[in-house]
Each structure stands twice: as C-alpha cells, then as structure tokens.
Design a protein around this ligand. Structure first.
Ligand code: PLP
Ligand code: COI
Length: 342
C-alpha cells in the first residue's frame, strides 16, 4: 500500500482531510443503511437540534500500523458502548454497536494510505460523532440525526511530545454532580474553551478540574483522565462519576495490575495529597500518557519528583507497555486489538 505524501514525523494534532468518511441518517425512527462518502460537507437545517441546543456527542479512537505491518484499532467496542451511553443521556437514538465497529473497519480500510507507518510517531485518529439534524425550536430532542465518522492522521496532542507539562488547578468547573461529565457530549468541551484559553494565556498547558461540589477532589482535565504514582510505586487514579470513563485509563489500570504486577487503585484523590505523589500523567486516546511535571495551585507550585525533563519511571513503563500492545510488540489481552482487513 502506497502511503499518502505526508511528513508523518512532523504533524501535530490537527485536521487533515482524508478521502472517505462514513455517514448514516436516522429518520422516521430508523437508521438507514449508511455508506462511505467522499463529501466532507454537512448540510442541515438552520434550526437543527445541534445548532440550537448542542445536541451532539462524539468519540475518539486510533488506528495503528503494527511492527509486522498490520493495521489495527484499539478496543473499538468500548467506544461503541460509551457512545451508546452518551446518546441515551442526550436523548439521541443509539447507533448499534456492531454497526459502529463495521463503520470503523470501513473508514480505516478506505483511508489505509493515511494510516501512518510503524515507528513514525503518528497515528490515524478516528472521530465518530452524532448530532440532531432536524429543526427544533422548543427545547426538545430532534426527530432526525446524522451519525458520521471521519479519520485524520495525527501526531502528539501536546506540542513537545513527551516533555512534562505544567498544569494549574482551575477555578472553573467542568462537570456538575449528576450532570454530563461522564459522557462525551460536545457541550462539555464548548464550556471548557474559556478555561483552556485562560490557562494557555497564563502559561499553563492544561487545567486540572476539581469536583464541583466540594472543590477538594481531583477530577480530570478537559480531554484526559489523571494517573498518579505514589512514592512507593502504587498507581492511583481518581474515582468520580462526573469524569469521562477513559478507555486508556481503564486499559492502563489493567496493564499496571495484570501485566506489570503493580498495585493499582481507583479512589477519590484529594488536592491535599498532590504533594505526596511521585509521578503524574494525563491519559487518553489523544494524550496517550502525557507526563505532568508541575501542578500550580493558585501560585503554589507542586513539583513532581519525576521532574520536568522526562517521564517518571512508572509512567514510562505504563507508556511503553500500552504503546507496545497497540503497535503489536507486546501480546495484547484478549479482545483489545481489532485488526482491519484492507
Ligand atoms: N477525559 C476526557 C474529558 C476526554 O475527552 C477524553 C478523551 O476521549 C478522555 C478523558 C480519555 O478517554 P479515552 O482514553 O477513552 O480516549
Ligand atoms: C480523545 O482523546 O480522543 C479526545 O476526544 C480528547 C480530545 C480533547 C481530543
């Protein structure tokens, strides 16, 4: 397969249009057969539910070229499940799991020349999404929906690759208790834009959001969950029902316990204990595991002992094992790797 003429090692996390995307429409209570299309434009009513009341949700997963030249995706079944949860919470029709996985297969196969080569540091990011497409003016769910999935080659989410990040504890909240923090609703990201621009303007890479009710517990960032490592080598991740259940985080907790034999615990993490951790990382499909070197709490700096030059040792082991599984260098737990037949 001849690859697209792209400088794979130097692309960032941006949108590069590819040839084919998948579209299916929901009308009169049913999804149509769906198909691939070359058309990257969406035409909808000026009064569409997504435009008026933000009725939309999305997913994110990646396709990788393995060491032996296969193209694979990582746990797409869990993205399908999570999108079903998002749709239910937003009063949208669910897109069936087997059709979601079939769409991933079709989109990746049709865009195989955009799946970056093994070892390039880039991957093919797949973006499934759904939105209310029919007119809505009173506040209620739309009657018609569109499900789409495109793919775009991406490099690292954070500029500088794996250089540790500086983050700040944020005074804005991301999610309310019993709100929508646990689903991948577009609205969660729209309302984080002011906070992330403010963080960037003040020289921070990301925001650490706290629980909105007590502001004493760590939640997540705008686009990734947290992993911490204690000084005695235990992996800890915040437990909360207002954070997105990251597939990367769930996979890393399994890897920590079952592959690396580490202790790993999901529990409430208090701001007060941040100073006691040895390592901190942001984990997600886009972020993979991005190390954090410094957390700033209203001017007070918490410097992680792992430092600002490279990943801490436990974070590095987790990173190497996860990416090793994704790139086919390390045997994957049953069902984690979904090969794409091109
Ligand atoms: N948290 C938020 C808010 C996200 O947007 C994402 C990205 O999808 C994650 C966490 C990481 O989730 P995953 O590992 O499933 O990509
Ligand atoms: C992902 O990791 O797939 C996400 O959706 C996060 C987003 C901030 C890019």
């Amino acid at each position: 397969m001849e690859k697209a003429n792209i400088d794979w090692g130097n692309i960032g996390f941006g949108y590069i249009p590819t040839e084919s995307r998948y579209v299916s429409n929901f009308k009169d209570g049913a999804w149509d057969a769906g198909c691939l299309t070359g058309d990257d434009k969406v035409v909808i009513s000026e009064c569409a539910g997504v435009l008026q009341y933000a009725q939309t949700c999305f997913e994110g997963l990646k396709a990788y070229t393995t060491e032996d030249g296969r193209i694979v995706t990582f746990r797409p079944d869990l993205n399908a499940d999570r999108m079903i949860d998002s749709c239910k919470r937003l009063e949208m029709p669910v897109f069936p799991k087997e059709r979601f996985i079939e769409a991933v297969e079709k989109v990746v196969a049709a865009n195989a020349k955009y799946v970056p080569p093994y070892g390039s540091g880039a991957t093919l990011y797949i973006r499934p999404y759904m939105f209310g497409s029919s007119p809505v003016i009173g506040v209620k769910p739309a009657q018609e929906y569109q499900f789409r999935m495109f793919a775009t080659p991406v490099g690292p989410y954070f500029k500088g690759g794996v250089k540790p990040l500086t983050i700040r504890i944020c005074d804005f909240d991301r999610a309310a208790p019993n709100g929508t923090g646990h689903i991948k609703a577009g609205l969660n990201y729209a309302m984080s834009l002011y906070a992330i621009m403010d963080a960037h303007n003040q020289g921070f890479d990301e925001n650490m959001y706290l629980d909105a009710a007590t502001r004493t517990k760590v939640e997540e960032t705008g686009g990734a969950n947290f992993l911490f490592v204690t000084k005695d080598g235990k992996v800890v991740t915040p437990k909360s029902n207002s954070i997105l259940p990251s597939i990367t985080r769930r996979s890393l907790m399994y890897v920590a316990k079952e592959v690396l034999g580490l202790e790993a615990e999901e529990r409430e993490v208090y701001v007060d204990e941040l100073k006691d951790f040895a390592e901190c990382g942001l984990c997600g499909t886009a972020a993979v595991i991005s190390p954090v070197g410094k957390i700033v709490d209203h001017g007070k700096e918490i410097c992680l002992p792992a430092g600002m030059t490279e990943m801490g040792p436990v974070t590095k082991k987790l990173y190497d094992t996860l990416t090793g599984i994704q790139m086919g260098r390390i045997p994957a737990p049953e069902g984690w790797i979904h090969e794409i037949k091109c």
